[in-house]
Design a protein around this ligand. Sequence first.
Ligand code: HGY
Ligand code: MN
Ligand code: MN
Length: 413
Amino acid sequence: MTRVKIDTSRFKSDFDSLATIGATNDGGVHRPALGPDHLKARQWFTQRAQRDGLTVNVDSAGNHSAVLLFPEAEKALLLGSHLDSVPYGGKYDGALGVVAALEVLSAIKASGRSLGVNLEAVDFTDEEGTLVGALGSEAMAGELTPERLCNLRCSREEFVEALKRGDLKEESLFQARRNPDTLAGYLELHIEQGPWLHDNRIDIGVVTSIVGSRSFRISFNGRPDHAGTTPMTNRADAGLGACAFNLALNDIVVKQFHDCVATVGGMEFKPGAFNIIPGQASLCLEFRSRDKDSLEKLKAGVINLANDVARHRGLDVSLEEVAVWDPVHMSPDIQRIINTSASNLGLSTASIASAAGHDAQSFAPIIPTGMIFIPSIGGISHSPQEFSKWRDCVNGAKVLLNATLAAAESLRG
Ligand code: HGY
Ligand code: MN
Ligand code: MN
């Protein structure tokens, strides 16, 4: 049987050419979902797939799939990740998994090998949550709900504009659902985005689980007033409330929720002028844990704290839950396949839980799902300083290829 191998120079030139799309001058990329540069990256995806004779399907959620069909196959094994990025992020997050998935399909196609499952290399829409978060993969997995679209991470106008740019219709997003019976499984290569693999000199992380998260938009409302004439003792300063909440929450999580992380990623004061006491202060909060109960307990703690701070400072407060992602487990069989694929290449492996969210989260509850991590130098991610050694990227692609071939055998149904 012909050997299938990663074409390392094609892989490198594909990765480098993609990294020029939306490139920032500090080595990162800025490709928010359905923005001009993400759409350019999708054009790149289509041309690159067609260059190697792969057909490209785009579903009603905008997910781009490069497809490799085999005559006796009934189900599809999905590989992929996301080409959208966080604002001013790194060039490996998501992109590595998509380029490696394309490379795996090209390598298998070039080898003439026939598999028992069809293969798809996918770029999922809006994994990073510029709009909703895991929009495309949730739509494909049938987990996207109308409620999710009522709790956007952007404004309604920005969402409508983005769908229009991507030539998508809100009501058709739900039609992207694939019948799980037609899907054999999902494999994703990704950078760890944390320091553990690099610090422990491990080549390949075999992901065991992915954290759950909850996100909230919280608004403190006080009384806008003159910054000069209003005595310090007679203010309803919403900005102070938001800051007090942020500091107190951080304290609570550090002291009482050792298995959680919490982040206030943004804060906005209105009207937002030097000489007006802020009447409104809104913040976006996200917290994560591998344990669902901890998430629920911390959610209760967040609500109590927000109300206490508001009462203490003579403010009103409103909380809007924006997203709920439960912790998920990766398929033990796929973990074994990844472990064996890496060990057969002479690579060291270790099991690792993901503290970052991924498209794999959408598929884990419905089909056999697994993730392959490679080391992130210094654990830096969601930053232009995000960096992985190219040797590790190639290792990841080789493991993805071997795991795909093994999974195709065992999942053919
Ligand atoms: O936020 C995350 O963990 C992922 O990078 N979207
Ligand atoms: Mn990612
Ligand atoms: Mn990310």
